[in-house]
Design a protein around this ligand. Sequence first.
Ligand code: C2E
Ligand code: CA
Ligand code: CA
Length: 685
Amino acid sequence: MQRKKHSLYYALFLTIFGSILFIVLVRSYYDYDHTKHEVATELEAELKNTGSSLQKSVAGYVDSYAVNEYEKLVKHAMEDDDIAAILISDYNMANILGKKEYISGYIKDNKWHIREYDVQNIEQTKLLENAFFRETQELITSDGSLVGTISIYISDRHLNEQVQRIIVQNIVTSIVLAFLLVALIFFTMNAIILKPLLRMIKTIEESDHEGVPSEYLEEANSKELDTLTKAMNKMIASIRKSRERLKEQERNLVFQAHHDPLTGLPNRLLFQDRLTQGLKKADREKKRLAVFFIDLDHFKEVNDSYGHETGDILLQNIAQRLQGVIRAHDTLARLGGDEFTIIMENLGDSVDISNLAQKILNSLSSPVVVNGTILYVSSSIGISLYPNDANSVQDLLKYADTAMYKAKDEGRNNFQFYNAQLTQLALDRVVLEVSLREALRKGEFVVYFQPQIDTELGEICGMEALVRWQHPEKGLIFPDAFIPLAESTGLIVELDRYVMKVAMEQVFNWREQGLNPGVLAMNLSVKQLEHHDFIETFKRLMYAIGVKPEWIELEITESQLMRKPEDAIKVLQELSDLGVSLSVDDFGTGYSSFAYLKKLPISKLKIDKEFIQDIPKDEEDIAITKAIIVLAKSLNLKVLAEGVETRDQKEFLLREGCRFVQGYYYSKPVNVEQMEKMIIEGVEE
Ligand code: C2E
Ligand code: CA
Ligand code: CA
């Protein structure tokens, strides 16, 4: 059991108070004794005095038998406050009366009244016995004969009173002094010891979560406390230092436990941990995740022929290259040997994945120079997907590994999805990408035009340029088959520039011939907008060809626009400042924010053909179309309906106030010759 701890204040107070009490007691006792003795000596002297002065007169009266006289004298003397009794033994009267003795005199009773002495009175006898002091003197006459005795009794009543007064006085002053002293000692002790101690305690108690004081102790005034302070501070400093060291060691240990010493990459343990976390995150965010299993081709041969040292340097080099290829939030790990893994989170589509795989293959296949030796390496990559292929860490890794072996079987230096279909898709894409580049180079893309009609006037007011791929073997290929890939690979930038150039040149030619093709609408990918020199290139192209900005309209789809509207506003504003008009394509499918629509420098909304197609059958599409027309009016924008195929649709739109339309009802997208014919001859309904 823990003993109850008392405060130092308590101990200090008890000690000081006890000592002073002791001193006061000793002093009082000594005082009492001393005072009593002094007062007694004084009284004794006084008594002797009274005795001697009475003795002479009383002796004379006794000698002359004048009893009354000396009794009067005695009574008078009794008035002295200290005197308790005066008794005279008169030998003469005893002789005359034939008694053994004759005693007369006065005595003070309990109430201090003077009474005549009576030998028979027991109370008086007791009083006499209790008298504090007695002085008996012989009565001797002037001729020297002894005639009796006089006894004077003194009470200690007065003496006690006096002693008591002095003692009380002493005690009071002592106590006052004692308290003053206690206070003084207390305050000095408090100031020089207790307070600094409490400050120290407070500092020490204010500690961080590990119990180490967060501050150092302040300097103390006294030498001893200062020594203590310094010692404590030294201790705190050393605790902190060793804690830092421990933490550092701990960090190192944790790092070592989770990283591969050769490349500094996460090891298998950390990889599994990250993958576990990644799966949870993918679950929460409903996203997909890919695991790449990368194995170097023929690494064993490098090791065998050039030695482990060279192999190690090669691995470090490979790790660096991989690190350079992956995105910041992907995890690259080395499982051991020449096996690396990548966790790719937050996936878009499988195009992203195959793009990364291709990038890795490309980056690893360039030769590495180690110690003057040129090494040609390549790698085989296996890819598994979560949740498509598996949903546990082990299975994902196992399947990626399986896919990697498939890649080895396929002749190395390639990647394989665990799901063979995806691999096929990826391969198709690679083939397509390559042929798209080829097509661009060879000029296989052609531009078609689709007229846009002002139905009020029944005239062509403009046209949209739509790209087609004139494939030497497959024939005419429509944009839906290659635009998405062109966008994901960035080829779209080049493609769109090509289309713009061709279309603008055509419009210029028509104008040169004196024809009026109206406004040329061209599709613009957001990738293009994000390209830093787009505005400059576009402007230069326009002026080089000789087209005027007011002949041009650029279409951006609503969904692309609303992905990063703040960024788009800036570029669009610059375009609009050039004098080019802007329209929002496929409107109604992309959840525009009204606030942004108001801010964007656009002049037209193009109602998506999805809403027009089922008019007048679909009530909901009718309602949406009407709403878009009203919205456009309220924003002071032109509105054009796409995909108009029937007369009913055209008339409905005209009725609702949408006068511009585009669609098969008037014309499909056509080549230059056909378009030129329409410009000259007009469109037929
Ligand atoms: P879009 O910009 O919405 O183009 C309109 C599409 O609707 C065109 O398809 C056109 O042929 C089609 N269309 C027009 N009237 C009708 C109709 O009455 N009924 C039906 N069912 N369809 C009609 P296309 O030419 O296949 O182009 C598809 C998409 O490819 C375009 O949609 C556009 O987003 C994109 N695209 C086409 N050319 C280019 C280009 O040069 N650059 C870019 N970035 N994208 C382009
Ligand atoms: Ca368009
Ligand atoms: Ca459209």
